[in-house]
Design a protein around this ligand. Structure first.
Ligand code: GDP
Length: 195
């Protein structure tokens, strides 16, 4: 069974995206932890699992040790299921992502988003970056180029818009860029006989 996973910090808009993509309401229980929320999803005659892996990165009200355990669970889930995962959608908040990444880097830490991006790549899971809340971003090209830079993708961002970078505004239903990037990966998987 093919699966598409959504990962990202809390509050970046994962539930909203899931709802827009699947067309049905998803439970938005905010219980921290790897509460897998599988959603059935039909697309181009194919049937998918859509899985939200909440709790990645910082979650307010969660102790550091528990936070680490959640992180470990997510990593293990991705490792165990890498073969059947068609794409890993890393969701970020376009408004704050650069500030958050740079703040962590300045402190000598690897930012969660950057780490997850490379981890998915290491597992050979095609990575899609859904840059959400673009309605709150003024200079879109600059923000997306900065993000490419932080992720080690050679700018300009338009070089990556067919398979990796998808600027969206999920709250207003503007998720076409994400649909297109996902369908790109769906077609590649079909071509490679993975479906
Ligand atoms: P999750 O914790 O990652 O599942 O995030 P949610 O889907 O619950 O969204 C968190 C908050 O961001 C909610 O208040 C949403 O209405 C809001 N939100 C989601 N998408 C957008 C967007 O595209 N633009 C703006 N401005 N807000 C959004």
């Amino acid at each position: 069974d093919s699966e598409i996973v959504l990962v990202g910090r809390s509050n970046v808009g994962k539930s909203t995206i899931m709802r827009e993509l699947t067309g049905h309401a998803v439970p938005t229980g905010k219980k921290p932890g790897v509460t897998r929320k599988p959603n059935h999803f039909d697309w181009s005659g194919e049937s998918f699992m859509f899985t939200d892996l909440p709790g990645f990165g910082f979650m307010s009200g969660v102790e550091g040790e528990h936070q680490d355990a959640i992180q470990t669970d997510i990593v293990r889930y991705l490792e165990d299921n890498a073969d059947s995962i068609l794409a890993g959608v890393l969701v970020v908040d376009g408004k704050s992502v650069i500030d958050i990444i740079d703040r962590h880097s300045d402190r000598g830490n690897i930012p969660h988003d950057v780490e997850m991006f490379h981890f998915l790549e290491e597992l050979d899971i095609p990575v899609v970056v859904a840059v959400n809340k673009m309605d709150k971003v003024d200079d879109k090209d600059e923000r997306l180029n900065d993000l490419c830079d932080r992720l080690g993708l050679f700018p300009p961002w338009q070089q990556w818009d067919d398979d990796t970078i998808a600027p969206i505004t999920a709250k207003k239903g503007r998720i076409n860029a994400l649909r297109e990037v996902l369908s790109h990966h769906l077609h590649e998987a079909k071509r490679d006989d993975l479906l």
